[in-house]
Design a protein around this ligand. Structure first.
Ligand code: FES
Ligand code: FE2
Length: 438
């Protein structure tokens, strides 16, 4: 068994080899180092600006083990702080979100404003504090770095990180593709679903970009689509792919791997049931034919380490929070263009409910499978996974024609028929993983 974490990824493109060792998913020391390097040591998604739209709004969130709060001050500015009282460390914010002018710590009553400033130390005048106490700041501790990309808020507990836009690189173009669906931008539909599964956090990152599992993990969903395919007013775009008898139309897929672990899988699919379809002429005029058509493709986007944007009929945002090497929390949101008309919003919500979340038709299949995998990892006897080779004979270094039409520069590109179900999309994740974890 390799003791050295760097040896847990066997990446030899010249030999046609890319292997991931099972210790990546099960070793405590590996998990501890992931927490330090990726979560406590780099950019992590913390909130969407539409969750805190008004002055004095706040939202509790976290990076790794550290609870945080994102707040909008009276001045309208967004800030992000450690959710920890400067006196003795207690959580100051206990609700998921809210709106308050002042926040009083339950332990000894220190008070903070919506800009994080300390507004009062209870009984300060009677406290006989020495002068040195007054020299200290008693304000909430801001995170080391906090930045926004088009409404998506990221924070870093470490100061020495790349600028956010450099960290994101060209995966930003796919955030743009979500945000630009309306001139008024994107919003989170109120409500969120949080659930856990008993397996490693990277299984969720892999699964969303894993086209290969779809037909075998979700047969009950596919059977339902078959049954609905003769029904009027069905809500699902995917149904159009599957015609009666499970015969599939000719569709294309492809993927891009980017620096810093980001990745994206795209597939073409019939567009007539897409909530954006009616607005295609307007989108073409505003963002151009190429980007408008890409907006109607299915896109599964991983923004390393903890954010996923799943754009099919609906637009889902998933936030991944590792709780232990074999326990992960997911919070799922429905995103939508601001100002969408009521019928399109209704269609979007029905499609979102149909597929996603513990109450949907697909997510439970996936999470049960993650738990099956984690159980299968238990024995140390089997060392290497064999799930990273599909497509290696076809993958190209750099941009292919699809990347070129979007003017993006991925590290790797691949495209082919839907059945190719490429696994090279995972390589970006593990190349970044081994480079940063060494
Ligand atoms: S811990 Fe907050 S006031 Fe003491
Ligand atoms: Fe799935």
């Amino acid at each position: 068994m390799p003791a050295d974490i760097a040896q847990l990824i066997d990446d030899r493109p010249a030999d046609g080899v890319f292997r991931v060792h099972r210790d990546v998913f099960r070793r405590q020391d590996v998990y501890a180092r992931e927490m330090d390097r990726f979560f406590h040591g780099g950019w992590v998604f913390v909130a969407h600006a539409s969750q805190v739209p008004n002055p004095q709004d706040y939202l509790t969130t976290s990076i790794g083990r550290q609870p945080l709060v994102v707040m909008r001050g009276q001045d309208g500015r967004l800030r992000c702080f450690h959710n920890s009282c400067r006196h003795k460390g207690a959580l100051v914010f206990h609700q998921r979100r809210g709106n308050r002018r002042t926040h009083v710590c339950h332990y000894h009553g220190w008070a903070y404003g919506s800009d994080g400033r300390n507004l009062g130390v209870k009984g300060r005048a009677q406290g006989d504090y020495p002068a040195a106490f007054d020299d200290d700041s008693h304000d909430l501790q801001p995170v080391a770095r906090f930045a926004e990309y088009r409404g998506f808020l990221f924070a870093s507990l470490a100061a020495e990180v790349l600028p956010l836009e450099t960290h994101l690189g060209d995966i930003r173009r796919f955030i743009d593709m979500a945000v630009d669906q309306s001139e008024a931008g994107l919003e989170i539909v109120p409500g969120a679903v949080t659930y856990t599964y008993r397996a490693n956090w990277k299984l969720q990152l892999e699964n969303s970009t894993d086209a290969y599992h779809f037909t075998s993990t979700h047969p009950s969903y596919l059977r339902l689509l078959d049954r609905r395919s003769g029904m009027a007013g069905r809500t699902d775009v995917e149904a159009a792919i599957w015609q009666a008898g499970g015969k599939k139309r000719e569709e294309m897929m492809g993927s891009f791997g980017f620096p810093n672990g980001h990745a994206l899988v795209w597939t073409t699919s019939p567009v007539e049931n897409h909530p954006l379809y009616a607005r295609l002429p307007e989108l073409r005029a505003r963002v151009g034919d190429t980007r408008a058509e890409w907006m109607l493709r299915t896109r599964q986007c991983n923004i390393f380490p903890n954010l996923q944007l799943a754009s099919n009929a609906a637009l889902q945002m998933r936030v991944i929070r590792p709780l232990a090497v074999d326990l992960t929390e997911i919070t799922s949101y429905c995103l939508a263009p601001v100002g969408e008309d009521a019928e399109q919003r209704r269609q979007r919500l029905r499609q979102y409910e149909d597929f996603f979340n513990p109450s949907g038709l697909a997510t439970p299949d996936d999470t049960v499978t993650f738990e099956d995998c984690q159980r299968g990892f238990e024995s140390g006897e089997i060392e290497w996974q064999q799930g990273y080779a599909r497509g290696m004979g076809r993958v190209v270094r750099g941009a292919d024609a699809h990347a070129a039409e979007l003017d993006i520069a991925p590290d790797t590109s691949i495209s082919g028929p839907f059945e190719m179900s490429d696994e090279t999309v995972f390589h970006a994740l593990y190349r970044n993983w081994s480079r940063k974890l060494k």
